[in-house]
Design a binder for this molecule. Structure first.
Ligand SMILES: [Zn+2]
Length: 297
């Protein structure tokens, strides 16, 4: 807590750290060496931590910091609505992943096949599908976000470019590449109880084998861990659809999240279920309830 307070300080601070905290100090030191990604570099503030000093009357600090700017972009497409052009339905996933991570048996590339190429595949497939149908009354926006893994920057930027009140619903799709804990033909919706989005989808699946469940991992706080979070905080019924067994997925965020681990039938059936269950929202005959807006932080 004190560490965070020091880092968030508005003026430069010097913190003397007791030897008893040496292991944590070492860990934070390693983290600091790796650098971090921020939206805008802030060069006025600094916190210096010194280990094992009990008293100091003077000190010198020598430090180098390299600032590298990254340009990031989302990829989006739109099919204007036939009659309700100002009412948006979003279908999204993130196309970024972790990049290079610590090497395991010579492999250092985290592919992110499930997280979230599977979701991106769904967004592309849905875009193709609705383009063929050509009967959407509401405007459909398909977006592949960047920089989800490093803090949801792509989704945050996107959310600032439209009026959230115009967004009727957001289908964010994350990790649908492996069978869910409910077995085949099932997926879960994060924040199911926060709006009637899930109930509408489920109603539209009546007569099929597919079922949407409430999030079985509430303690993982998944609702606020993906790209739906920004728009949800702004009042949009924005939910994430997933089939991942996050509590036991041994490939999650490792170099082994590879194509071979994916179950194509699971991806296909989930995409089909999303298309089917979204139809009344796309047609404008169902409108999910808004989610209470979060207070400005
Ligand atoms: Zn993800």
């Amino acid at each position: 807590q004190k560490y965070r307070a020091a880092l968030g300080s508005k003026s430069p601070v010097l913190v003397l750290v007791d030897q008893s905290h040496a292991p944590i100090f070492k860990r934070l030191q390693d983290n600091a060496k790796r650098g971090r990604i921020v939206e805008k570099p802030n060069d006025n503030v600094g916190a210096v931590f010194v280990l094992g000093v009990t008293q100091a009357s003077t000190f010198n600090v020598k430090a180098n910091s390299n600032v590298e700017s990254l340009s990031l972009f989302n990829v989006a497409g739109m099919i204007p609505g036939k009659s309700r052009e100002k009412e948006f339905v979003l279908f999204s996933a993130h196309y970024d992943h972790l990049g290079k991570i610590e090497s395991v048996e010579g492999d250092s590339i985290a592919n992110g096949a499930d997280d979230d190429a599977s979701g991106t595949t769904a967004v592309i497939s849905l875009a193709k599908y609705y383009k063929q149908l050509k009967n959407n009354e509401r405007t459909l926006i398909f977006v592949a976000f960047t920089a989800e893994e490093i803090g949801g920057f792509g989704a945050k930027y996107f959310s600032s470019k439209l009026n959230p009140d115009d967004v009727v619903a957001m289908f964010n799709i994350e990790m649908i590449g492996k069978e869910s804990k409910f077995g085949k033909n099932a997926a879960f919706i994060t924040g199911y109880e926060r709006s009637d989005f899930g109930a509408i989808l489920q109603k539209n699946l009546a007569g099929t084998d597919f079922k949407f469940h409430a999030d079985p991992y509430p303690s993982q706080n998944l609702f606020y861990r993906s790209d739906n979070a920004t728009l949800a905080a702004l009042g949009v019924p924005a939910h994430t659809i997933s089939t991942d067994q996050i509590d036991s997925d041994k490939f999650y965020h490792t170099v082994n999240d590879e194509l071979e681990t994916l179950d194509a039938v699971n991806i296909w059936s989930t995409i089909k279920a999303i298309a089917l269950s979204a139809r009344t929202i796309v047609a404008g005959t169902d409108t999910p309830k808004r989610i209470p807006k979060l207070e400005a932080r």
